[in-house]
Design a binder for this molecule. Sequence first.
Ligand code: ADP
Ligand code: MG
Length: 261
Amino acid sequence: MDTAFDHSQPEARQLPGSTVPEPAPKPVLVGLGIVKTYGTTVALGGANLAIRSGESVAVMGPSGSGKTTLLHCLSGILAPDSGEILLDDAVSRVRVDGLDVEQRAQLRRERFGFVFQQGLLLPELTALENAALPLMLAGVGRREAEQQARGWLARLGLAGADERRLGQMSGGQVQRVAIARSQVTGAGVTFADEPTGALDQRTSAEVLEALLASTVGRGHTLVMVTHDEKVAARCARTVRLEDGQVVWDSNPLRPVLDGVA
Ligand code: ADP
Ligand code: MG
């Protein structure tokens, strides 16, 4: 078993010889009472979740339990009907639920990385163009963007594949391009929705290790939806959703907004 990536973080610990407990680590992302409905379907019924900085969190639960909706609300893809979402990262504190469509789009571009099971990548573009796209959308010039993207592709074992179109690449290679693209802007929090769901076991394990190394391996945070227990076991923490609520948490952190307006 590879122990190079043990991302577990202890909860508040006692210093030797001290009676004062260390403060619990500061959450980078807090969702409090998130409600999201589609017509009469309650996708999230007041979900609570606080995520530590540098933590890898596996979000599990049955199909339809609200995993994707939770990810989309926390990351500003969707606006919740009610509830509060706070991002408190190295850049600033932001009430995500208070942002309009444009502001959420900007937040996603600048602060978050995304890896999905499939889609989002453009098959007619090369690996390099796909990986460079978020930087170009952020206004970085093509030369600079492609230089950064080239570095990420090489780091992910895709050196020499820069000019290949995604249609010519294997599922595992395509997901590595997706990881490169998610990291190229230096996002501190990465959201992944079943990133290995379409891959065979061995490729899944390789892509997962690449994703962990690229995110928590560099001190960043990973929030990943998965239905695969083996994938979840590689994360420091697992939470389970049922009927739009977090019903189980392997390492709970109380979701508080800490006086943020
Ligand atoms: P999971 O990712 O756990 O499978 P989802 O968050 O995708 O769950 O869905 C939660 C619930 O919301 C399900 O009942 C689903 O059918 C419903 N739902 C999700 N997205 C939509 C949508 N765009 N329109 C209508 N219902 C939706
Ligand atoms: Mg889903």
